[in-house]
Design a protein around this ligand. Structure first.
Ligand code: ZN
Length: 102
């Protein structure tokens, strides 16, 4: 595994968690809009469609990433993001940036 692989995994991890948070905020806003504003049925359907679309994209993102060493699917090993170590081959996938000093 190269340094670039590690960087890519780290970026993927942060992106997945960032998008997950953004998704829940978006989901809450949609629920509030539907709850408190008299939106037309078509607008409601469009909003819910967007929510489901975003959920599918998020799932694909989570389950797309594989271990660079053994090819094991990492999305299944952790509920969100990238696990610290590959459960199959034990490769270190994420190092704590705080421990980068030495
Ligand atoms: Zn592995």
């Amino acid at each position: 595994m190269t340094e670039d692989d590690l960087k890519s995994l780290y970026r993927h991890h942060n992106a997945t968690i960032g998008l997950f948070v953004a998704f829940w905020l978006f989901f809450l806003v949609v629920i509030l809009l539907i709850e408190f504003f008299s939106l037309s049925k078509i607008t409601q359907d469009n909003l819910m469609g967007t929510v489901f679309g975003a959920a599918i994209v998020l799932c694909l993102l989570q389950f797309k990433k594989r271990c660079p060493d053994c090819g094991a699917n990492l999305g299944l090993q952790r509920r969100l993001g990238i696990p610290r170590k590959c459960a199959k081959c034990g490769a270190l996938l994420r190092k704590d940036p705080k421990m980068d000093g030495g």
